[in-house]
Design a binder for this molecule. Sequence first.
Ligand code: PGA
Length: 252
Amino acid sequence: MRKKIIAGNWKMYKLPNEAIKYIEEIAPMVADTTHEVVLCVPYVDLFYTLLTTQGTNIKIGAQNMHYETQGAYTGEISGEMLKSIGTQYVIIGHSERRQYYNETDETVSLKLKKAIECELKPIFCVGETLEQRESGKTEEIIKTQVKIGLSKLEKTQVNNITIAYEPIWAIGTGKTATAEDANNTIKSIRTEIANLYGSDIANEIIILYGGSVKPENAKELFNMSDIDGGLVGGASLNAEEFSKIVNYLKVI
Ligand code: PGA
């Protein structure tokens, strides 16, 4: 049985004082969940949220990292730096980073390798644009992203990765893929993983859906056979709303 992961992606929102208040508010609301609860926060919030989540079941992640250990890379943060303060997760290859900061499948593959070396848990994002979807290229695009992204890892490292399938047209737009559509694309990711690494790894690897997940649609999405939870942007900014997504089984 694969466990469910419900991860929030705060993007460029929340000052440290707001982050601390949020954690204090949400911690008791998600204390009895059996799901893994993760919040991926801006760099300056990492230390504060790591302190505030001590003694809770909430895990903290960053939203990006560099693939080198150190060097003259002004403005960058390394995996070692994230690990040194106790960060547990890191999002790699989010579509906003691919779109605005020139991340490619190649840089994503270097970052995934480094994140694993640093013993961070990467949430590796893949997804197609509307144009690619409308021209029937979804599966081809996603398979290429998965294949190149994972290409620098040893076979034994692959199921330390969590994949997040996030159709770009569904991010922040209020449009969600239908649960069947999302499940089918995620199934095709599993098929690709099976082709590359064998069916055991394909059955074990955790694959999330992301793109306008809300309390109202979480249950339908997360109950699908191959969807192992979600990566949640906008709806993770409000503690009550995000707690309802974590506790989706209780939402009527
Ligand atoms: P959204 O963002 O939930 O606001 O659509 C998801 C994401 O970008 O990870």
